[in-house]
Design a protein around this ligand. Structure first.
Ligand SMILES: NC(=O)c1ccc[n+]([C@@H]2O[C@H](COP(=O)([O-])OP(=O)(O)OC[C@H]3O[C@@H](n4cnc5c(N)ncnc54)[C@H](O)[C@@H]3O)[C@@H](O)[C@H]2O)c1
Ligand SMILES: [Zn+2]
Length: 403
C-alpha cells in the first residue's frame, strides 16, 4: 500500500519597499549660504544632531585647494544641527580606489572608529570610482548607512552617481563585488566640472549619447547641435546635457520594472560590453566615457549589419560622437589572442556571465528606439571593427592585395 503523501506547508513571503531619493542640481554646494546639504540632512525632520563623515576624491581635493576648510566651515556654521565626526578624509581618485578591498576596509574602519550609526551620513565627494567604493563600504556597515553622493565628474553627475549601484573590482573583474543600494540623496554641483581634464569633461557625454540613442531622438539632436559648445567647454550646454541625461537614467531606473537588475536585459549598458573589455585591455588607462563612445560606435554598426538600423543613423552617431571630441576607434580593437581570435570578443562572454542567463545585448532600432538581441556573431564584430578602422583612417591589418 502506498504511504500517504505527507502534507507540506509553504508560505509565500511578499512585501515591497518603496525607495525615494532626491537628486539636486546646484552650484557651490559647500558655500556658506547654500542651503541644499543642510536641507537634505533634515529631510526626515528628525530631532537629532546629524553626524557626518566626508570622503573626498584626491583629484577633487587637489583641484579645489580650499575645499576642505570650506566643508569644515559649512558644518561649523550649523553645529547645533550637524557635525563632522572626523575631518574630511581624502581617498585616491580614479579606478585604483576601487581595485580590491584596501580602501573599503579603510572606510569601514573609519566609520567604526567614529561610531556612526544607521542614521548617520556618509558623504562621498568625487568621481564615479570614489562614489562606487565609498557607496559600497557604507552599504555593508550595519547593513547600510545613509549615503549622500556628491558626484564631481560629468559622467558621475549624469550616470554613475545617480543610480542604485555601487561596487569594486575584484578577482580581476570590473565591478565583480557590489550591492544595489539607493542613496539617501544625490547632490550634483556643476561648479566642480570646471576643473576636469578634457577627457573627463567630455566622457560623460558618451553616456548621454548612449541613453539618447536608445530612448530619446530629441535629446540626440540636442547633443549633435551642441557638439561644438560641448567640445569647447560651454558650461551651460554641459549643464543641460547632464540634466537631461540624468533624468533619462532616473526615468529608466524607475519605470523599467527592474531597478535591481534581476533580468538579463540591461538597456543602460548599450555599448558597454566592448567598453568594459577595452577598459580592462588598456589596464584602465582609457577613460570609461571614451571606451563607451567606442562601444557605442561598434554596436551601432552591428545594428546596421543585423538590419535593425539604417546606415544613415550610424553615420549620424559617428559624426555626433566625433564632433564632441569622443573617440570611435582604438587600436586595441584589432588585438588578437594567442588563438588568433579578436580579444575584444571575450567581452561578450564576460558580459553574458555578468548578466547571468542568456546573452542580451541592447541595439538601437534607429535613433531613439531600441531592441534586445541574444546573438552577436564574431563576423558582425569583425565587420564593425573594419568599418570603424576605415572611418578612423587607420591602415587595415590586411595588405591591400588580399583585401
Ligand atoms: N555605479 C554605477 O551605476 C556606475 C555607472 C557608471 C560608471 N560607474 C563607474 O564610475 C567610474 C568612472 O567614473 P568617472 O568617469 O567619474 O571617473 P573617475 O572616478 O575614475 O575619476 C577620474 C579622475 O577624475 C578626477 N576627478 C574627479 N572629479 C574631478 C574634478 N571635479 N576636478 C578634477 N579632477 C576630478 C579623479 O580624481 C580621477 O583622477 C568607473 O569605475 C565606472 O565603473 C559606476
Ligand atoms: Zn557607463
Amino acid at each position: 500500500m502506498d504511504k500517504p503523501v505527507k502534507q507540506l506547508t509553504s508560505y509565500i513571503q511578499s512585501f515591497s519597499v518603496p525607495f525615494e531619493y532626491p537628486v539636486y542640481f546646484t552650484q557651490h554646494l559647500f558655500a556658506a549660504d547654500n542651503p541644499v546639504l543642510a536641507g537634505v540632512a533634515d529631510r526626515l525632520k528628525e530631532a537629532r544632531r546629524h553626524r557626518f563623515l566626508v570622503f573626498l576624491d584626491a583629484g577633487v581635493a587637489a583641484a579645489h585647494g580650499g575645499l576642505i576648510p570650506c566643508i569644515e566651515q559649512y558644518f561649523d556654521a550649523r553645529s547645533t544641527d550637524m557635525t563632522l565626526a572626523a575631518p574630511p578624509e581624502v581617498v585616491p581618485g580614479g579606478e585604483r580606489v576601487k581595485n580590491g578591498w584596501e580602501h573599503v576596509h579603510r572606510v569601514v574602519g573609519m566609520i567604526n572608529r567614529c561610531r556612526l550609526d544607521r542614521q548617520s551620513y556618509v558623504v562621498a565627494v568625487g568621481g564615479g570610482a570614489v562614489l562606487d567604493m565609498v557607496g559600497f563600504a557604507s552599504a555593508i556597515v550595519h547593513r547600510g548607512l545613509r549615503l549622500l553622493r556628491v558626484p564631481t565628474t560629468t559622467l558621475a553627475q549624469n550616470d554613475a552617481g545617480i543610480g542604485v549601484k555601487n561596487g569594486i573590482n575584484d578577482q580581476g573583474q570590473k565591478n565583480y563585488v557590489g550591492t544595489f543600494a539607493p542613496p539617501f540623496a544625490v547632490l550634483n554641483d556643476a561648479a566642480f566640472l570646471a576643473t576636469l581634464s578634457f577627457e573627463q569633461w567630455i566622457g560623460g557625454i558618451a553616456e548621454a549619447f548612449k541613453v539618447a540613442i536608445i530612448k530619446d531622438a530629441q535629446f540626440f539632436n540636442y547633443l549633435v547641435e551642441s557638439a561644438g559648445a560641448l567640445k569647447s567647454r560651454d558650461a551651460g550646454a554641459m549643464a543641460e546635457a547632464v540634466r537631461q541625461c540624468a533624468v533619462l537614467h532616473l526615468d529608466h531606473i524607475r519605470d523599467n520594472g527592474d531597478p535591481f537588475e534581476f533580468g538579463s536585459a540591461r538597456p543602460l549598458d548599450f555599448g558597454h560590453w566592448a567598453a568594459h573589455k577595452l577598459e580592462s585591455m588598456s589596464g584602465y588607462t582609457i577613460g570609461h566615457g571614451q571606451a563607451v563612445s567606442i562601444g557605442i560606435a561598434l554596436d551601432a554598426y552591428i545594428a546596421v549589419r543585423q538590419g535593425w538600423m539604417p546606415e544613415d543613423d550610424f553615420l549620424r552617431i559617428l559624426g555626433g560622437l566625433t564632433a564632441c571630441g569622443l573617440p570611435v576607434w582604438d587600436d586595441r580593437l584589432r588585438q588578437q589572442g594567442p588563438d588568433g581570435s579578436l580579444e575584444i570578443l571575450d567581452g561578450l562572454a564576460q558580459f553574458r556571465e555578468h548578466l547571468g542567463g542568456d546573452l542580451t545585448i541592447t541595439l538601437p532600432l534607429g535613433i531613439g528606439r531600441k531592441t534586445e538581441v541574444n546573438a552577436v556573431a564574431p563576423e558582425d564584430v569583425a565587420a564593425a571593427i573594419g568599418v570603424l578602422q576605415k572611418a578612423a583612417g587607420r591602415p587595415s591589418a590586411q595588405c591591400s592585395e588580399c583585401r
